[in-house]
Design a protein around this ligand. Structure first.
Ligand SMILES: Cc1cc2nc3c(=O)[nH]c(=O)nc-3n(C[C@H](O)[C@H](O)[C@H](O)COP(=O)(O)O)c2cc1C
Length: 357
């Protein structure tokens, strides 16, 4: 068995040095107001978790039309930027590092979240199975409106502006959310991208939206402050691709030499060894995630199959997760009933080791 101390060695992501290789995965927690402004609980929550080598924030919408869930935050208004400044300052005060995850939900939304009750947009008018959790209860997803080719530069410009706003708000960098069936993955996947223009068709065209978005974000804030998350074969949000190995090797070959801060790959139950397939194609730090434990993360990093390891649910319930890993201490179990509920319960009330609940 490998030595867990390897997780406590430093690593760089782009220009940002990390004190350890334990990354807090991006997690939507829905503690913002209806205008997408994070509440005063949010700086407390992230500061509690600042001992992670890197925190990746919850998904943040770059433009109002990118919102997909109740009480999620944005990064386009002055009030949102001001609130995020409090978050980044609280994390930095405790020696932590934090990237902002930029998330446009695309078709995984509902008109009630859209400006003027508009129909959510997507690469193609393919309706997702499933329901949206709205203030008015569960509602079946609607058929999205296919973006016109001429609209796409505006969407990409929204990502670039959000990247600039993130740096203005004090984030160390940004992560493009191209996983979990949201807008960028809707472009990548053959089941949701039926376009016949330059953004659809063969893999080299389906990757174009993601490549151009990364280029615009990199031009805005520097490639070494831009990361990307992908989740090949994740079926969440009714997404599917006819040949994911081809899609993702084509993508990572195209972006592998851009000088990006990192590639973050979340794997969920696929038998395919995507870490083995993709890491050699990417020049930069490689973060693996998806159901990892202290032991499996140690093995991945020790074997050189990943440079850092991302943990989601464990960070919800264990704000001091690195220290617990270091000591081999017991781990608290997260309460999924309070993942997305408003208020402090299940958010900022998980104790550290030795702290009373
Ligand atoms: C409550 C919750 C919210 C999540 N929200 C996001 C999100 O906003 N963006 C994202 O990329 N992944 C999100 N995820 C997925 C995590 O980033 C991670 O990939 C996943 O939980 C697998 O890691 P784990 O097994 O260590 O939890 C979320 C997961 C959880 C548990």
């Amino acid at each position: 068995m490998s030595d867990t101390r390897i997780l406590f060695t430093p690593v760089n992501i782009g220009r940002t040095p990390l004190a350890n290789r334990i990354v807090m995965a991006p997690m939507t927690r829905s503690r913002s107001d209806d205008a997408g402004v994070p509440s005063d609980l949010v700086p407390v929550y992230y500061a509690q978790r600042a001992s992670a080598g890197l925190i990746i924030s919850e998904g943040i919408f770059p433009v109002s039309a990118g919102k997909g869930y109740v009480r999620t935050p944005g990064l386009h208004s002055d009030a949102q930027i001001a609130a995020w400044k409090k978050v980044t300052a609280a994390v930095h005060a405790r020696g932590g590092r934090i990237f902002a995850q930029i998330m446009h939900a695309g078709r995984i939304s509902d008109p009630s979240f859209q400006p003027g009750n508009a129909t959510p947009v997507a690469p193609s008018a393919v309706r997702p199975k499933g329901e949206s959790y709205t203030d008015a209860g569960m509602k079946p997803y609607v058929t999205p409106r296919a973006l016109e080719t001429a609209e796409i530069p505006g969407i990409i410009a929204g990502y670039a502006q959000a990247a600039r706003n993130a740096i203005a708000a004090g984030f160390d960098g940004v992560e493009l959310h191209a996983a979990s069936g949201y807008l960028p993955m809707q472009f990548l996947s053959s089941g949701t991208n039926l376009r016949t223009d330059r953004y659809g068709g063969a893999a080299e065209h389906r990757i174009r939206f993601v490549v151009e978005t990364l280029e615009a974000m990199a031009a805005a804030v520097g490639a070494d402050r831009v990361g990307i998350k992908i989740s090949p074969e994740m079926a969440f949000n009714d997404i599917s691709d006819a040949n994911p190995q081809e899609t993702y090797t084509t993508l990572v070959r195209a972006i592998g030499g851009m000088g990006l801060a990192y590639l973050h790959v979340g794997l969920f139950g696929t038998p395919v060894d995507y870490h083995g397939l993709l890491k050699p194609l990417f020049k930069g730090t490689y973060i693996a995630g998806g159901g990892l434990t202290r032991e499996s993360a140690t093995e991945l990093v020790a074997a050189g199959r990943a440079d850092a390891a991302a943990f989601g649910a464990l960070f919800v319930a264990n704000p001091d997760l690195p220290e617990r890993f270091r000591r081999g201490a017991a781990l608290a179990a997260p309460d999924s009933g309070t993942f997305y509920t408003p208020g402090p319960k299940g958010y900022i009330d998980y104790p550290e080791l030795g702290q009373a609940a």
